[in-house]
Design a protein around this ligand. Structure first.
Ligand SMILES: NC(=O)c1ccc[n+]([C@@H]2O[C@H](COP(=O)([O-])OP(=O)(O)OC[C@H]3O[C@@H](n4cnc5c(N)ncnc54)[C@H](O)[C@@H]3O)[C@@H](O)[C@H]2O)c1
Length: 435
């Protein structure tokens, strides 16, 4: 098939590379000239395991190309995916200006019937809005379908190649058949391509992210209760997750959820609910709990050292909102570092891949260290914020020699508190007894 993907970010680039890998001819369009030039040179602008190999293979075999020109991309394509950003406005509603601009450009350059597939996460009813934006710019016919994306940063390529399911929202049987065919190589093991109406597809995306965010916030609230009453959230989690009705995923207490999707999608759902005057108190509570949780480690630190942190230095391990990504959007590390710096503390941070992106969000609020151990030199405590694998089995004896006193704030409960106690560390986890 001949495909265009508009927007080459975390979603568009992965989708384009994966579609090209199954033999399709894919052209990726982006307005970012620098990014497009880098991609043409074979440089991958984001960190995503497995992506570079796919992009290089697709480019080398001539099936994957990059351009900033809609004129080059749209006429040669039958199916056009929209994967531009929909970041939140201060009101919580998604900013649809990128989607509008892209839709209008598609309309201007259509040379015949096209299937336009919205992969961006958009407010409910947006398939109609996109169709309306295109209409004044073309006399050709087209269909707009909704195909929300469920990949997770850090495992995006794997998720795209082996999705739990693919959701296709369209009222048109032929459009469904074409998209089901396009996705068929990825669902050979029998995972479903679920056909539904476009509104339900748009709701499904917000429902999944808001539900997952709610699970996390529920566990974070329980964790705070555990701290008060002397329980251990890790034990509670084990007890809960073995209940088949509950399952094992998204039950980890921590420093709060972040990233480019959960916070924005929860807010967008709340904003639609407000507009429609439908009470959605559960997601609103999940959002409020998350805002509190992002400050939890700061509260623990202030309870330990006092409100004024002048003269204190903290080594921060992990900045990205989760491991295996360089994405810093809405990362809890931003709140933690900003608040500690405001209280007078000095920060020395290390992240295996997110340091360059982190500089855009944190500037000089922290020093950026060359390595994990360097970040701890002369510090009053280690703050574990993102659970990268390389932080899991570490040399605690070396850490002891680097810190002023052996003290760890573990925002992801990755360390065994009993082992740390034996080694002479003081330890704060999330929802666990502190030592
Ligand atoms: N990142 C994720 O994990 C994820 C997962 C599922 C769904 N989504 C959704 O997918 C969409 C894209 O997310 P992302 O993280 O890939 O965004 P991103 O910010 O990484 O990438 C968006 C890209 O779109 C480009 N762009 C903006 N306006 C354009 C235009 N008019 N024409 C062409 N290109 C344009 C930008 O230059 C950028 O490269 C969002 O709606 C997001 O909510 C994201």
């Amino acid at each position: 098939m001949r495909i265009a993907v508009v927007g080459t970010g975390y979603v568009g680039l992965v989708a384009g590379a994966c579609f090209a890998d199954t033999g399709n001819t894919v052209v990726c369009v982006d307005i970012d000239q620098k990014k497009t030039d880098a991609l043409k040179r074979g440089e991958i602008p984001i960190f995503e395991p497995g992506l570079e190999t796919l992009v290089k293979r697709g480019a080398a075999e001539g099936r994957l190309t990059f351009t900033t020109s809609y004129k080059d991309a749209i006429p040669q394509s039958d199916i056009i995916f929209l994967a531009v950003g929909t970041p939140p406005l201060p009101s919580g509603e998604p900013d649809l200006s990128y989607l509008k601009a892209a839709s209008e450009e598609i309309g201007r350059h259509m040379n015949g019937y096209k299937i336009i597939v919205n992969k961006s996460t958009v407010p409910i009813g947006s398939h109609r809005v996109v169709a309306d934006w295109i209409a004044p710019h073309t006399s050709h016919s087209y269909n707009v379908a909704s195909n929300p994306e469920f990949l997770k940063e850090g495992t995006a390529v794997d998720d795209f190649l082996k999705p739990d399911r693919v959701v296709v929202g369209t009222d048109n049987q032929e459009v469904y058949a074409q998209l089901a065919d396009l996705y068929s190589p990825f669902v050979r093991q029998g995972n479903p391509v679920i056909w539904m109406d476009p509104v339900s597809a748009e709701i499904t995306k917000y429902a999944c992210n808001s539900f997952l965010a709610t699970r996390i916030s529920f566990m974070n609230e329980l964790a705070v209760l555990c701290e008060k009453v002397g329980g251990d959230i890790e034990e509670v989690r084990r007890g809960m997750s073995t209940d088949e009705r509950i399952g094992r995923h998204f039950l980890y207490a921590g420093v709060g959820y972040g990233g480019s999707c959960f916070p924005k999608d929860v807010q967008a759902l709340m904003s639609t609910a407000r507009k429609e005057q439908v009470p959605m108190g559960i997601v609103a509570a999940a959002e409020a709990a998350n805002a509190r949780q992002k400050r939890h480690m700061v509260n623990q630190i202030k309870a330990h050292f006092g409100q004024n942190l002048q003269g204190k230095t903290f080594g921060v391990w992990g900045l990205a909102f989760k491991p295996n990504t360089d994405d810093m959007r809405d990362a809890p590390a931003i709140t933690i570092i900003t608040e500690l710096a405001a209280a007078g503390a000095k920060l020395q941070a290390f992240d295996p891949v997110a340091m360059e992106n982190a500089k855009k969000y944190l500037g000089d609020k922290t020093v950026y260290s060359k390595g994990a151990y360097e970040a701890l030199e002369g510090c009053d405590a280690l703050l574990l914020v993102t659970e990268w694998n390389e932080f899991k089995h570490v040399d605690f004896e070396r850490i002891k020699t680097l810190l002023k006193k052996p003290l760890i704030f573990d925002g992801r409960n990755i360390y065994n508190s009993a082992t740390l106690a034996e080694k002479g560390f003081s330890y704060y986890g999330v929802g666990r007894p502190s030592l």
